[in-house]
Design a protein around this ligand. Structure first.
Ligand SMILES: Nc1ncnc2c1ncn2[C@@H]1O[C@H](COP(=O)(O)OP(=O)(O)OP(=O)(O)O)[C@@H](O)[C@H]1O
Ligand SMILES: [Mg+2]
Length: 263
C-alpha cells in the first residue's frame, strides 16, 4: 500500500474503460420509485462522493451496483463489461467490493486473522473456519492491509473487543482483501469521533491510486476531502454534480448543509 496520490487526470489516463458506467438505472419497490434515471460514469481510480438526504436512494444505488438486488431498468457496466444481471459473487470476483457489517463469525478471531481469512477467501474457492496458520502469501497481504488501515496496534485483539471506530476500519480492511478495483463505502464515518474521522480521511487518501471508490457520506467535510468529484442525489435522482470546490461553494449545498436541513 503506497501513500502516493497522483491527481485524477493521471489516474484516468492510466486505464481506458470506466470503472463504472451506469446507464438509466432505476429501481422501484411496488409504487415507490427509489431510484430513477441514474446515468453516471466513474473512471478507473476515481473517487466519487455521493451525498443526499435520508431516503434519497444512495444505498439503493449501491445495492444495484453490487447485485444485492437487480435494477428495474437500465444497465450497469464494470470496466466495460455488462454486469447488470450477474450475481454478487461474480461481481466480487471481478474486483468489486463493498464495506459491510462485521460478521459474528469473526468476533472471536483476532483482527489480523480476520483480514487473513478474507484474503484467503478471495484468493481460494472457500475459506476454512479453522484457525489459520500464518505462513503464506495471504498473511503478507493481510499485514499490509492491517497497516494501511491503521490497525497495527490492534492486530492481535479480538474483533468483538474493538471500538466502533476500529470496527469500521476493519470493514475497510476486509474490503481491501484480494485485489479490489473498486469499493463502495456506505457511510464509513457514521458514529466516528473527530479523531477517528481524521484517521478515516487519511486511510482513504492513502489507498493505492488504482483503487477507485464511491463513498456515501453525510459528513460534508469528510466527503469533500476524500473525493475527486461529487454527485448529489434527491428523491432517487441525481440533481447536481461537481468538483469538491464547486460543491462547497454551491449556495444550494450551503443551504442544505449549513442550514442543518440534511439527514
Ligand atoms: N428493500 C426495500 N423495500 C422497499 N423499499 C425500500 C427498500 N430499500 C429501500 N427502500 C426505499 O427506497 C428509498 C431509498 O432508500 P435508500 O436506503 O436507498 O436511501 P438512502 O439514500 O441510502 O438513505 P439513508 O441516508 O437514510 O441511508 C426509501 O424510500 C426507502 O424506504
Ligand atoms: Mg443509506
Amino acid at each position: 500500500m503506497t501513500v502516493a496520490e497522483p491527481g485524477l487526470a493521471t489516474r484516468l489516463q492510466s486505464t481506458g474503460a470506466h470503472a463504472l458506467d451506469l446507464d438509466g438505472v432505476g429501481r422501484h419497490f411496488g409504487a415507490l420509485v427509489a431510484l430513477s434515471g441514474i446515468t453516471m460514469r466513474i473512471g478507473a481510480g476515481e473517487r466519487r462522493a455521493v451525498l443526499g438526504s435520508n431516503g434519497a436512494g444512495k444505498t439503493t444505488l449501491f445495492n444495484t451496483i453490487t447485485g444485492d438486488f437487480l435494477p428495474s431498468e437500465g444497465r450497469i457496466r464494470f470496466f466495460g463489461e455488462d454486469i447488470t444481471d450477474l450475481p454478487t459473487h461474480e461481481r466480487i470476483r471481478r474486483g468489486l467490493r463493498r464495506t459491510y457489517q462485521i460478521s459474528q463469525l469473526f468476533g472471536s478471531l483476532s483482527v489480523l486473522d480476520s483480514v487473513y481469512l478474507a484474503c484467503r477467501g478471495v484468493s481460494r474457492r472457500r475459506f476454512s473456519l479453522l484457525r489459520p496458520r500464518r505462513d503464506d502469501v495471504n498473511m503478507a497481504q493481510a499485514e499490509l492491509i492491517v497497516h494501511a488501515t491503521h490497525l497495527d496496534d490492534d492486530r492481535e485483539r479480538q474483533v468483538a473487543t474493538l471500538s466502533h471506530g476500529q470496527q469500521r476500519q476493519l470493514e475497510i480492511a476486509l474490503a481491501l482483501a484480494g485485489a479490489p478495483r473498486f469499493i463502495l463505502f456506505d457511510e464509513p464515518a457514521a458514529g466516528l469521533s473527530p479523531t477517528e474521522r481524521r484517521d478515516l480521511v487519511e486511510i482513504l487518501n492513502a489507498l493505492p491510486s488504482h483503487i477507485g471508490y464511491i463513498i456515501i457520506e453525510h459528513d460534508l467535510d469528510v466527503a469533500l476531502r476524500v473525493s475527486d468529484y461529487v454527485s448529489m442525489m434527491h428523491g432517487g435522482e441525481l440533481f447536481k454534480e461537481g468538483t469538491p470546490d464547486e460543491i462547497e461553494q454551491d449556495p444550494q449545498v450551503q443551504e442544505i448543509y449549513l442550514g442543518g436541513g440534511h439527514g
